[in-house]
Design a binder for this molecule. Structure first.
Ligand code: NAD
Ligand code: UDP
Length: 319
């Protein structure tokens, strides 16, 4: 079987590529490297079942030969990235989704869309179950991401209903792990990098807002379970263990043994106050639930950032 992973040079995309190659598939990764990096896939570039195409998925993709799956993970994903790239984010959610759905339809392939817990916005229902329609500010700064993903879900369901396309929609909750760019501004890479450098941990607002963090291997397993199912409606994949951002900062200080202090910075506009997945649907329909406790996943992640930091300090440029 041949699978296409759009966004395959990104943090999650590259872990998915690893898993699909290990499962014996042929994998074509497509990426325009706007927020991803070739270093994430350097170790598979010579793999005989792997190919990489440098391409912007907003433009039609002509591929020779058969294709079984189109997995669409292409999108800026961290708040810093999508606030810096508002139009690119809207475009990839709309035109990128459209061109990849057309590709799947023309090849008779199944289509998988990486959506997000951000479709619930600043939720008024807690924890969030898939039947909740969300509380999104349609004109706020985060809307470029939230509405792009909501449109991505809508067009996926339209192709499913209109053309009978075999589709999946995953709603991914905050995911962390190795290869998540240190400077992408998300809380996990930011706090770990700050702690390892001895810099203050920047807690936005009073830190009472909550998030629920999932290790990347649990997410990849969830993606595989969803691919193997026939579930067309959206499925939450996340780890329900919920922490306030302040608790999370203290946990990072403890796990890194860092002397860093905590500093408060202004809370960004429309920052969701709470977030925790209800994973009943994933448990019931996929038999999936997360396996990696946050302390264990964080230890592996911290080890990776430590190695990156040592490497950058020992490189000739000294950075
Ligand atoms: P990432 O930025 O590391 O990866 C996204 C990849 O998509 C990058 O390699 C980027 O270059 C590529 N890309 C963006 N626009 C493109 C375009 N027009 N054409 C081709 N490639 C393009 O982010 P990530 O955290 O790995 O996120 C992957 C997917 O998962 C995204 O769709 C994101 O919205 C979704 N997601 C991630 C999380 C999370 O916690 N990491 C949570 C919810 C949803
Ligand atoms: N956050 C923080 N300090 C940072 C980065 C993020 O306090 O340096 C907070 C942010 O305000 C949010 C939470 O951590 O409440 C998660 O932010 P992230 O950008 O990782 O993802 P989000 O869940 O907001 O998309």
């Amino acid at each position: 079987m041949r699978l296409l992973v759009a966004g395959g040079a990104g943090f999650i995309g590259s872990h998915l590529v690893d898993r699909l190659l290990a499962d014996g598939f042929h994998v074509t990764a497509v990426d325009n490297l706007i927020t991803g990096s070739l270093s994430n896939i350097a170790h598979v570039r010579e793999h005989p079942a792997f190919e990489f195409l440098h391409h912007d998925v907003c433009h039609p993709l002509i591929l020779d030969g058969p294709l079984d799956w189109v997995l669409n993970l292409a999108s800026p994903a961290s708040p810093i990235d999508y606030l810096k790239l508002p139009l690119e984010t809207l475009r990839v959610g709309a035109m990128g989704s459209h061109s990849l759905l057309e590709l799947a339809k023309s090849k008779g392939a199944s289509y998988f869309f990486a959506s997000t817990s951000e479709v619930y916005g600043d939720p008024l229902v807690h924890p969030q179950e898939e039947s909740y329609w969300g509380n999104v500010n349609p004109i706020g700064p985060r809307s470029v991401y939230d509405e792009a993903k909501r449109y991505g879900e809508a067009i996926t369901m339209a192709y499913h209903r209109e053309y009978g396309l075999d589709t999946r929609i995953i709603r991914i909750f905050n995911t962390y792990g190795p290869r998540n760019r240190a400077n992408d501004g998300r809380v996990v890479p930011s706090f770990i990098s700050q702690a390892l450098r001895g810099e203050p941990l920047t807690v936005f607002g009073d830190g009472s807002q909550t998030r629920s963090f999932q290790f990347v291997s649990d997410l990849v397993e969830g993606i595989r379970c969803l691919m193997d199912s026939d579930v067309a409606e959206p499925v939450n994949i996340g780890n329900p263990s919920e922490l306030t951002v302040l608790e999370f900062a203290r946990l990072i200080l403890e796990l890194t043994g860092s002397p860093s202090v905590i500093e408060h910075r202004p809370l960004p506009q429309d920052d969701p106050k709470v977030r925790r997945p209800d994973i009943s649907r994933a448990k019931a329909l996929l038999g999936w639930e997360p396996q990696v406790p946050v302390e264990i996943g964080l230890e592996e992640t911290i080890r990776w950032y430590r190695e990156q930091l040592m490497h950058s300090l020992s490189s000739p440029a000294g950075k």
